[in-house]
Design a protein. Structure first.
Length: 163
């Protein structure tokens, strides 16, 4: 089970440079060209995989799993217009509040979309992976070893007196 989780987490960690590129383009309010004449770019492949159309909006898409920002309006993700309808060219159209499910215009939170306000990054997965490895290693230890740890030891009056 641990090996399967590690494989998933390592896949996510390998995407960190592409996620950083996406975040930089959002923070600079730039359009995204996701394909070249030779096929999808690495960023384009990521966007293609995580693309989610906004309900009731034909050409507007969001990428909630990639990155979000904490602003005065709440946690927001960028909304892009797929203006050629092929998933190869995106233009920043606004932001989407994840709590209220409402759109926000770019100029309303322009100054708040910065690296220091970014949340939900894949870089956090490395920390989670190490914690998970430690937890799984602790679970593999024999029961008597775990019993010596104060969190696992049953209450013993003699032990308490000897302390």
């Amino acid at each position: 089970m641990l090996d399967k989780l590690k494989a998933i987490l390592y896949k996510l960690l390998s995407m960190i440079p592409v996620v950083r590129e996406f975040a930089r383009l959002v923070e600079e309010k730039r359009n995204i060209r996701a394909a070249s004449p030779y096929g999808y770019t690495p960023l384009g492949s990521l966007l293609k995989e995580y693309r989610t159309p906004l309900p009731r909006h034909e050409r507007l898409v969001i990428f909630p799993e990639i990155a979000s920002w904490q602003t005065s309006k709440g946690e927001v993700i960028p909304v892009y217009e797929d203006y050629n309808r092929r998933g190869t060219d995106y233009q920043l159209a606004g932001f989407w509040n994840l709590q209220t499910k409402q759109g926000i215009k770019v100029f309303e939170i322009r100054d708040e979309i910065t690296p220091k306000n970014q949340i939900c990054t894949l870089e956090q997965t490395e920390v989670y992976m190490k914690a998970l490895e430690n937890f799984m290693e602790d679970m593999k230890k024999p029961e008597r070893t775990r019993e010596k740890h104060s969190a696992y030891r049953a209450y013993d009056a003699d032990y308490e007196r000897s302390r």
